[in-house]
Design a protein around this ligand. Structure first.
Ligand code: HEC
Ligand code: HEC
Ligand code: HEC
Length: 325
């Protein structure tokens, strides 16, 4: 049973077709998001792995292709191959295909870092975004409908998916000229682009376009880009879960400095955040470092420097005493 959540997502959101389908939306309401923090391996095992894969990828099935998918550890060890086979080459499952809602579930779970338990940390060595399209590298300020329209829909889709006087437009009955029509068709769009890989039919999207589209859908297809506020919940949702948690979780590269929840940040035994004193707070000091400083957070190899606006908002929150608001 999947749960629809009103709360915006943690690492990422992808829509699930069953109970949270965009088809149930009315008018131009913003797309509702599924809380990926409720996803677990158990759900993926029941809905996908045991249903479509272990017939061949088990000891009894002869471990086809040398791949065994009978445990969480084995699935995680082969995540990038699974991604390649199911979402890039479209060779698996052999002799069949995943139902759209099951494909979306598998994809969303992998994008969330393949957590074992609901709300669990991403699988070791497979932080969120390291499989499929690299959502975590996309700057959230780019995630507005206007930007998606400029970067993706207008250059790559509108030619065939707009109203035409001669009645030839809206191919497949799909119009992609407005926020309302894009969100209305979002489930079909996801499947056509990411799972069946049949759209656009001739000129495939670039990786940059795919990352942007995946990140936008994962963020719940918002009309406006998220705006950072000087509050813990906003900083957690927009900055930490998108730009830091992939390393700063109990199994990640920076496990010595966990940033998983409020208590981790405001730990009196550490100087990650010293309420009221940004200049003494490691987090503020590190995000303020120069673009090419190798001690900068997030590290130059992982991501660009946070914008000055965001750094200012985080400073303000620490100045305000870093409340749990
Ligand atoms: C009918 C049997 C069958 C089913 C069902 C099946 N596979 Fe496979 N799989 C194979 C065989 C056989 C190979 C070996 C390569 C080949 O023949 O294509 C393989 C290879 C693979 C590989 C390795 C590809 C590589 O590049 O090394 C992965 C990963 C994989 N399968 C994942 C899956 C997943 C995930 C599912 C379920 C969604 C699945 N398979 C369902 C038979 C199957
Ligand atoms: C050159 C023309 C062309 C372009 C460009 C194009 N499409 Fe399509 N699209 C079609 C045609 C033709 C169909 C109907 C046949 C089909 O479903 O394959 C279609 C169908 C669809 C459907 C419905 C699929 C279904 O199975 O219900 C979606 C969703 C879609 N397109 C999305 C997109 C998106 C998103 C883009 C841009 C990233 C895009 N298309 C670019 C021609 C195009
Ligand atoms: C690609 C991985 C990665 C990302 C992404 C990342 N960090 Fe780090 N961070 C590290 C590593 C590795 C260390 C060193 C950890 C250790 O000492 O064990 C570190 C250390 C830190 C420290 C402690 C440094 C000190 O001075 O003691 C802070 C604070 C920090 N990071 C904040 C952040 C914040 C905030 C973000 C997001 C804006 C972020 N990091 C993103 C890898 C990362």
């Amino acid at each position: 049973m999947r749960v629809c959540s009103r709360r915006f997502l943690h690492i990422l959101v992808l829509f699930i077709f069953n109970s949270c389908s965009f088809q149930h939306q009315k008018g131009t309401e913003a797309a509702s998001a599924v809380d990926v923090s409720k996803m677990s391996y158990e759900q993926v095992r029941v809905s996908v792995i045991d249903k479509y894969c272990t017939g061949c990828h088990s000891v009894a099935g002869g471990n086809s292709g040398g791949i065994n998918l009978e445990s969480y550890a084995n699935v995680v060890a082969d995540l990038s191959k699974i991604n390649q086979a199911c979402f890039v080459d479209h060779t698996m499952p052999k002799n069949g295909s995943l139902a759209p809602q099951d494909a979306a579930l598998l994809h969303a779970w992998m994008q969330a870092g393949a957590p074992e338990m609901p709300g669990g940390a991403p699988a070791p060595e497979n932080p969120g975004g390291s499989v499929g399209h690299s959502i975590s590298g996309v700057d959230p300020s780019l995630l507005s409908y206007q930007n998606l329209n400029e970067q993706v829909f207008t250059p790559s889709c509108i030619e065939c998916h707009s109203k035409k006087d001669n009645g030839e437009g809206d191919k497949g009955g799909v119009n992609l000229e407005s926020y309302a029509t894009v969100t209305k068709n979002l489930d079909r769009l996801f499947v056509a682009v990411f799972y069946e890989a049949k759209m656009p039919p001739k000129k495939p999207l670039s990786n940059t376009q795919l990352d942007l589209l995946a990140a936008w859908i994962a963020a719940g297809a918002p009309e406006e880009a998220p705006v950072l506020k000087s509050t813990f919940s906003s900083i957690e949702k927009i900055v930490i879960s998108q730009k830091c948690i992939q390393c700063h979780n109990p199994k990640g590269k920076a496990r010595h400095v966990p940033l998983t929840n409020y208590k981790d940040l405001i730990n009196p035994n550490s100087t990650v955040i010293v309420p009221g004193h940004p200049e003494k707070s490691d987090l503020y000091i590190d995000i303020s470092k120069a673009e090419d400083d190798e001690d900068r957070m997030p590290p130059p190899k992982a991501s660009k420097r946070l914008s000055d606006d965001w750094i200012g908002k985080i400073k303000q929150w620490i100045d305000d005493g870093a409340p749990e608001n």
